[in-house]
Design a protein around this ligand. Sequence first.
Ligand SMILES: [Zn+2]
Length: 313
Amino acid sequence: MIKTPRYMVKKFLIIIFLILLTPVYAQDNRKIFLKSGKHKDFYRFVFICEKSEITNSININLLNDGKIKIFFPDIFEIEYKGRILEEEDNIRGIKTLKKDKVLIIETSDIEEIKVARYDSPSRLVIDAYFKESVERQKVLKSLSILIDPGHGGKDTGFQIKENREKDIAIYIAKTVASRLTQKGIKASLTRASDEDLTLSRRMKIENSLKPSLFLSIHLCSSDNFYIYTSPGIKNPDIMINPFIRKLKEKFSEPVYTEKLPLFLLEKSVSPALMIEIPKRALSDKNYTNRVIDALVQAIIEKFALVEEKEKNE
Ligand SMILES: [Zn+2]
């Protein structure tokens, strides 16, 4: 008896399978797949299809009323989450209108869009930025924080063994400043090195820069946090509450606030506060880094920038 070798059967089945698959594949050329995601500042719409000629000839307009109008080179079916978009449909609860070669996504809160095209798979990516986030970016860019590391030079500040307040203060100030800069917030320092700097010199810098916030950093000989503001400030809560909240959230040490007629606070032309950090920061680097995290988050929160996790589909 002649037996068909098993590999022949296998080969035959593969060929049949490919033949069956071809029309489906061909049909998919008439189909565009849509994915969407909601991020902190924007919606992302991704149109994927087989041919880059198609994604390259899709045109996008942001209309005056905040809707996004997309022109396709031909009439396509748009598949979203396993179904074909109907003439009137919705994506993530946003109404969509599809007619002939046009798809309108009826967003209303979009200020600007960014469009990018990529290969393999060929796709078009639209990032639609919320009005609020564009406003927020503008606010961010207009902010400036001046950080004042206490002491310096001959004035070592508080000291235990070889650990000196002036060194820790500048480490904290520099790290906070660079973290803020990464977030797009202008940050500068009254002193960037180990130098003697009089209080009036510090004030001259503050008076000429007129920052959005002046933050002086010190350590204390106790295990408490202290936040000082000038007695002249009418409503210090707005300024200090984010700091109190963050420190209480992240540390077990008590946080005290007080109005003190300190020269730096009294003479500052900007909202000013001085923070004293528990002595543990002198010798515990991990603790110091946690303080830095809390300060950065408090500053960002103060200016109402709430971090949200990206939500994707
Ligand atoms: Zn000090």
